[in-house]
Write a protein that binds this ligand. Sequence first.
Ligand code: ZN
Length: 187
Amino acid sequence: MTHEHWPGEYAFCPRCGSRLDDAEVAGRTRKRCPACGWVHYRNPGVGAAVVVRDADGRLLLIRRGPTSTRPGYWAIPAGFVDYGEDVREAAARELREETGLVAEIGEPVWVQSNFHDPAKLTVGIWFEGTVTGGELRAGDDAVEVGWFRLDELPPLAFDTDAALIERLRDRSSPEDVRPPRGTGPGP
Ligand SMILES: [Zn+2]
């Protein structure tokens, strides 16, 4: 998916205030400042999410508050990586802010480009999280937190979370899933 111009392109140079032109730079039409030469290499933001499961394999989700995109829908705890912030620290911080839980951030389990909002594209990285402390309570832009079985999920805010959960289902340990009828050893 490529667009010449996505919504939300700058009109004025953030460095000197001149009106930006369109210019062919590095193989693509980009906004360029005719006065100071600044080029807008527009990049997606980076989102960090934390996948936390309880002893029963249930997944920790947060319900998104009224000021967030897709309010009322549920999502895996996540947020944007700040400029200068380590991606794993961002993941741990977002989890702490939204759920009150402190976690050790493990391996990445899923990476995906998000095109949910054409004005603010992101790349999401979902990490495994192991809770080491804290107390479960909704905070920041989350209004509710809950543990959900993978086959009893609430309405999800993002298809990218749904895609990851689909993978988690496929990888569930054998005791979590019944073998298809007529296959497997069975009782
Ligand atoms: Zn300029």
